[in-house]
Design a protein around this ligand. Structure first.
Ligand code: RUB
Length: 308
């Protein structure tokens, strides 16, 4: 929980892989590969929902495939990892440029949670001189909204801070909602911080435009075959202190930290390759993550007859 946001999580994992690639001692290539795969497995186990994590790890480890020696494998992982770190930072910048086009002078924007990509759009619009007001939610129970407030206030943007349950109350004043994503499925559903789907519902009802800012590596290839994104449940103690909970023996506390916003409530997904409607999510998975349906079946050795 020291590292927040799907983009930062992916970058931290890649930094760890690059550092391990350097320091891992192995006599031969199979031992080196196994050591790197164990490191990858440990990193993958840290967060189940942010698909940026497996996507980034997969991309970096794939670089070892053609290596003939330990030195070649080490170099390949370092090179691919550093390229990922650069392109990930550039993607946020580019998303900011594209997303800012969707904020007009005089707009009121609402954001939920603390998304680097969503904030990049708001910050860039502000830099371009657009007059705007921003509503930022508290984000119970982790209070990531405070991080968002610091960024917005630091940039000199006029910001209103509201509790999560006040979203619908204020939605009629909102023109655009900008949120980030931990994962985008093949059918354009968006997995993001708990409460995002309620924000989307309120936006839909009030006819405010709901925009998701997501790097292409937040799109989830395995959803092509119907795999669901796992929703992380965190410690119930974040919601109710153990002392309070122990005085309420018949109460069970739930703390899912992400939820799923159906594509029907999403107007636009801004990626570094351009803005798309949610219905085109498969194109991102195919064209930028390299997972065509055929390759997918080949990689996982799925026989079509098994699917009948
Ligand atoms: C963070 C969160 C963010 C997305 C996108 O949750 O839900 O909206 O990860 O962020 P947590 P970014 O704080 O629990 O990790 O655009 O920065 O990748």
């Amino acid at each position: 929980m020291e590292i927040r946001g799907a983009g930062r999580i992916a970058r931290a994992a890649v930094e760890a892989l690059v550092s391990q690639a350097d320091s891992l001692a192995a006599r031969d290539l199979p031992t080196y590969r196994k050591g790197m795969e164990e490191t990858a497995a440990a990193l993958l186990a840290t967060r189940p929902t942010a698909v940026s994590l497996p996507n980034a790890i997969h991309l970096v480890l794939q670089a070892m495939e053609d290596a003939a020696t330990v030195a070649e494998a080490r170099e390949a992982v370092k090179e691919r990892g550093e390229a990922f770190l650069r392109s990930s930072a550039e993607a946020v910048h580019r998303i900011g440029e594209i997303g800012a086009h969707h904020i007009r002078d005089g707009d009121t924007v609402l954001t939920h949670c603390n998304s680097e990509a969503a904030l990049a759009c708001i910050l860039e619009a502000h830099r371009l001189g657009r007059e705007m007001e921003v509503f930022a939610t508290e984000v119970r129970p982790g209070n990531q909204g405070l991080l968002t407030l610091r960024t917005l206030s630091g940039a000199g943007i006029s910001t209103h801070y509201i509790v999560d349950s006040a979203v619908r109350h204020f939605m009629n004043r909102v023109d655009r909602v900008f949120v980030g994503a931990d994962a985008v499925t093949v059918n354009g559903a968006v997995v993001n911080k708990i409460g995002t789907s309620q924000v989307a519902l309120a936006a839909h009802e009030a006819r405010a435009t709901f925009i998701v800012a997501a790097e292409t590596y937040k799109f989830a290839p395995r959803t092509i075959l119907g795999e669901l994104i796992e929703i992380e449940e965190r410690d119930p103690g974040e919601v109710l202190s153990p002392a309070e909970a122990s005085s309420l023996p018949n109460v069970r506390v739930h703390n899912p930290v992400f939820d799923v916003t159906p594509a029907a409530y999403v107007d636009l997904i801004v990626t570094e390759k351009g803005a798309i409607p949610p219905a085109l999510a498969y194109l991102i998975i195919r064209d930028y993550l390299g997972w065509s349906l055929e390759e997918f079946h080949k990689t996982f050795q799925i026989d079509h007859r098994d699917q009948v």
